[in-house]
Write a protein that binds this ligand. Structure first.
Ligand SMILES: CC(C)CCC[C@@H](C)[C@H]1CC[C@H]2[C@@H]3CC=C4C[C@@H](O)CC[C@]4(C)[C@H]3CC[C@]12C
Length: 448
């Protein structure tokens, strides 16, 4: 089932085969001995996997990358920051309902994706610990970084810390923005419906002018609160310019600080008129907190709070105002395909990632994730063959590692990235060293 569209690849509308239902996957029998352990070191059955490598999953950050084209066009640094923050939130949207485990990439595995407006290359640059580096570029921006996911089984839930930094460069401004992704939690691993939460504080810094955005991903204390995100954009003098609010799996809106303050004042006037006596105490404490630099009612580290005078009220109040306040829509999440739940809850974007482009003008690099037989078999619904291939590849990788050790040559050199200081952010990270798109792939080793 394929349709072609105006981009130069064939668009799939679903995968070749439906997935096993979650209840056929006996998660507990695997996890019972893993309490508190780092899960990347545990061999898991292929029935817990989704037919994508983690390198392919990383590319899903790019689904709404057109937001960065807009950011590059903005003249006001606060507007650029607002859109970079929007991109950072949109990048997480595809995680909603996705509870399959991507395959661990093999050392040296790569993945490339070329679209009309950008191209991205990923490489597994380290196996212990697992580190995936990526580098995307277009005429308007670069987006790159590395991720070392720490995955821990906590009994009822799985905690994921996506360690590593990501950076956006806007070409026209020669500016770099960087942040770390928030933690993520998979709930109800033992019983109930599996669901995924993003939570914590994300600080996005513009390294050239001191502007920053702070985004708070709220803990789902109730189903109403689930997936909510609140944030601010502030200038180099720590004056708030914009308020951001939305849900990472649905939308993000923005209000100017002036409109936000007006709306808050209005709200307090209304409240004090309607239930004067009963609520006067409550109101007093609210007005107090209005002046308190308790950012969005959440405790965050002091260095994030800084010296801003007015950081905000509690989150619930922000939630109430979201309907009255004058705001602009920054991003809206696309709907999932209707049959998505039969295909690992993939988005349309994810559905394309493991397809081999039949009209490509170049042969695929032999380390590309699309050539992994275990992922291919799972995609086709052949769990037995997928499992056999997964074991074979993992053993082959162990063998190669042992033989490097035997030759006293324990240092694997990634092919397309090198560890270096980024001159714009002054941080050390895996940086693309070039050459991949010129297609001189002959020197890559045979890892599958
Ligand atoms: C035993 C089974 C149920 C475990 C399933 C664990 C799955 C849901 C975990 C394993 C690795 C995790 C990913 C690791 C790193 C990142 C990068 C981060 O920026 C967004 C979340 C994301 C993409 C995580 C999403 C959830 C994830 C895919």
């Amino acid at each position: 089932m394929t349709t072609s569209n105006n981009e130069s690849f064939i668009q799939r509308t679903c995968l070749p085969s439906e997935m096993l239902q979650w209840n056929d996957r006996n998660i507990m029998s695997v996890l019972k001995n893993c309490l508190g352990k780092e899960l990347s070191k545990v061999t898991m059955p292929v029935t817990l996997n989704e037919p994508l490598s983690f390198l392919q999953r990383v590319c899903e950050y790019m689904e709404y990358a057109e937001i960065l084209n807009k950011a590059n066009k903005e003249e006001d640094p606060a507007d650029r920051m607002k859109l970079v923050a929007t991109f950072a939130v949109s990048a997480l949207a595809s995680n909603w309902e996705r509870v399959g485990k991507p395959f661990n990439p093999l050392l040296g595995e790569t993945y490339e994706l070329q679209r009309n407006d950008f191209k991205i290359l990923c490489e597994q640059v380290s196996h212990h610990p697992p580190i995936s580096a990526f580098h995307a570029e277009s005429s308007n921006y670069k987006f790159y970084g590395s991720i070392n996911p720490k995955i821990k089984f906590m009994g009822k839930s799985i905690n994921i810390q996506p360690k590593g930094m990501v950076t956006v460069e806007l070409t026209r401004w020669n500016e770099a923005y960087s942040w770390s992704n928030v933690n993520c939690c998979v709930h109800n691993v033992v019983v109930g419906k599996l669901w995924i939460e993003q939570l914590g504080t994300m600080e996005i810094k513009n390294h050239s002018n001191g502007y920053r955005a702070i985004l708070d991903f709220k803990e789902a204390s109730s189903s109403q609160e689930a997936n909510k995100v609140f944030g601010i954009v502030e200038n180099d003098e720590k004056k708030v310019r914009y308020r951001l609010f939305g849900k990472w799996n649905e939308f993000l809106k923005c209000a100017s600080e002036e409109d936000y303050q007006l709306c808050m004042q209005q709200k307090h006037v209304n409240e004090s008129m309607s239930s004067h006596d009963r609520n006067s105490k409550k109101l007093f404490s609210k007005l107090n907190s209005f002046k308190m630099p308790s950012f969005l009612g959440v405790n965050i580290q002091d260095d994030l709070v800084g010296t801003s005078e007015l950081k905000s009220l509690s989150l619930n109040e922000d939630a109430d105002i979201s309907s009255d306040i004058k705001s602009a829509l920054l991003w809206k999440c696309k709907e999932r395909p209707a049959y998505s739940s039969k295909y690992y809850h993939f988005t349309d974007f994810a559905m394309q990632l493991n397809a081999i482009n039949p009209i490509a003008s170049h042969p695929l690099c032999n380390t590309d994730s699309r050539l992994r037989p275990d992922i291919r078999y799972l995609e086709e619904g052949d769990v037995t063959a997928a499992s056999a291939q997964k074991n074979r590849l993992e053993e082959k990788q162990r063998g190669a590692e042992l033989s490097r050790k035997g030759q006293n040559n324990d240092s694997w050199q990634p092919r397309w990235f090198k560890f270096d200081v980024n001159p714009l952010t002054k941080h050390e990270d895996w940086m693309y060293s070039g050459g991949y798109w010129e297609r001189s792939h002959q020197t890559t080793s045979q890892i599958f």
